[in-house]
Design a protein around this ligand. Sequence first.
Ligand SMILES: Nc1nc2c(ncn2[C@@H]2O[C@H](COP(=O)(O)OP(=O)(O)O)[C@@H](O)[C@H]2O)c(=O)[nH]1
Ligand SMILES: [Mg+2]
Length: 306
Amino acid sequence: MPDAAIQSLLDGSGKALAAAISLVEDESSRAEALLEAIYPHPGSAYRIGITGPPGAGKSSLVDQLITRFRQSDRRVGVISVDPTSPFTGGALLGDRLRMGRHYRDRDVFIRSMATRGHSGGLASRSQEVGDLLDAAGFGVLLFETIGVGQIELDVMEAVDTTLVVLVPESGDDIQLMKAGIIEIADVFAINKADREGAGRLASLLEQMLAMKPDAGGWQVPVEKTSATRNEGLDELYGRLLEHHAHLQESGAGRRKQEQRYRRRVESQVASQVMGKFWTPARGHLLESRLEAVSPYELARTILELD
Ligand SMILES: Nc1nc2c(ncn2[C@@H]2O[C@H](COP(=O)(O)OP(=O)(O)O)[C@@H](O)[C@H]2O)c(=O)[nH]1
Ligand SMILES: [Mg+2]
């Protein structure tokens, strides 16, 4: 990207931003230079991850949260990471409906990303898209992702606050709890609280949270919401702001940032080293000896090849 284009990205041009995101999504070789050029300019946006089962109402909550952040004059970027979606670039049809009223707002940027290839790549690309939005002056970034194991965890490592969205029926689904949801959540929303059972699930979660070891002085709140009826949303919004303040005051936010930085350096190093290591000769050896010898022996042979 030429300097002029980078400058218009930093000045907040939507066109420049869309072009920059496409470079990153396509894993273009020019993307790295671009990301490097904008690196000294992040405004340290507040990054919130919203995760939970499909249909829990994440997009509907995001829509409500955007409204509140806009009321306090924050510019909002939304990155929806859906590994099951075949679509990419632009928004999913459903989300267009759910967040429709914000599409014409210049100070709201909504983007969907789908998987292409492996999950780790998706997580790091969504972080990089976050960096672009940050550089373009979006002070709040909402990452929506469905709760499906590794991808979700990768994306959640890239945020300041993790909001886990459940529905009243999730109580039966003990699997969810086992999947480490108690560990990753900073805030819980029990959405669709207009339906039966929200109170029961809230008590269950609160019991489980009471057994959780102290997480640096933050008491994980459980809020009952109804996104469609616009109930409990001011409370939920308030909890997010409180968690943000807690991160800043306790120094935990700074530590998260350092950890994120370290992991990104590690992943850069790993991808460079691997890129250099897999010469055509080594690749050929792998393919030609597949299953002829034990994987351990083949690995040794490949490592010893020079
Ligand atoms: N009854 C009820 N329905 C809701 C609520 N929030 C969202 N929905 C509906 O649930 C469906 C899925 O919502 P969506 O936001 O797309 O869920 P996502 O897959 O988690 O992003 C939509 O039909 C919404 O209108 C709520 O609080 N109560
Ligand atoms: Mg959604």
